[in-house]
Design a protein around this ligand. Structure first.
Ligand code: ATP
Length: 232
């Protein structure tokens, strides 16, 4: 579904991504793990068209994504949930969901029901301002808002960041449910253990390149991964 070949990306003189090759197949959950500043977020941003790659190519469903503007990437079926939630705090839950649906107005009711089934708390709070929700609820709203565009590939950047463990577990369970409904997922996570348990496959990114890759279950048993990322 998604292929990156030798992708490089930088911010002025800072080379954030240095030749990433990766693949995500339809129906998979794939995670990117790695330390701070390894290049995980930049990789997602290159896919969503927010960061322009310096070199390399990106393909989604067989079509080239290079040079495609971010709004057109969404229209093609890729939605990103950014790190730090970034919902609209001064808009209600309902209005936040409407913002996510600006390209899909015709399926609005069906998509909203699906989001409310996944996250009943959002239905209960649909008239509440986004900024007054708890951190976990804001993360649910950020994921729900992305689902309103009915993506076939969902990019999730650190969905568990800053959440209490019980809320993080709820988010991880919901990611699996969303995947089981047919949405392919590319996930960036600091919580390597939870991410690898959830994912079919994973990539370890170090200094802007892929250091290791494999099935989630195999990476959990990898000695290097255990030492560097699982604290074992
Ligand atoms: P983290 O988990 O800390 O978010 P990451 O693996 O997602 O890390 P990136 O955010 O992709 O890493 O950052 C890769 C490199 O690019 C780092 O050296 C970072 O400092 C740099 N960088 C990221 N965003 C910018 C920016 N907007 N301007 C300049 N440098 C940036």
């Amino acid at each position: 579904m998604l292929t990156l070949r030798a992708v490089h990306a930088s911010y002025g003189p800072i080379k954030a991504v240095r030749g990433i090759d990766l693949e995500v197949h339809k129906g998979e959950i794939v995670c990117l793990i790695g330390g701070n500043g390894a290049g995980k977020t930049t990789t997602l941003m290159a896919v969503s068209g927010i960061v322009k790659p310096d070199a390399g190519s990106l393909f989604f469903k067989g079509e080239c994504l290079n040079g495609v503007p971010a709004h057109e990437v969404v229209r093609r079926g890729i939605c990103q949930v950014p790190e730090g939630r970034r919902i609209f705090p001064a808009l209600t839950v309902q209005e936040n969901l409407e913002m996510g649906a600006f390209l899909r107005t015709k399926d609005f009711s069906r998509n909203r029901e699906r989001v409310f089934t996944l996250f009943p708390v959002l239905k209960d709070r649909k008239n509440q301002l986004g900024g007054t929700l708890s951190g976990g609820e804001q993360q649910m709203l950020a994921v729900g808002r992305a689902l309103m565009a009915n993506p076939s590939l969902l990019l999730l950047d650190e969905p568990s960041l800053g959440l209490a463990p019980i809320m993080a577990s709820k988010i991880f369970r919901t990611i699996r449910e969303i995947n089981e409904e047919g949405v392919t997922i590319l996930l960036v996570e600091q919580n390597a253990k939870a991410a690898l348990k959830l994912s079919h496959r994973g990539y370890v990114i170090e200094n802007g390149t892929i250091a290791l890759q494999g099935r989630g279950a195999d990476l959990l048993e990898n000695e290097e991964v255990k030492r560097a990322y699982l604290g074992e």
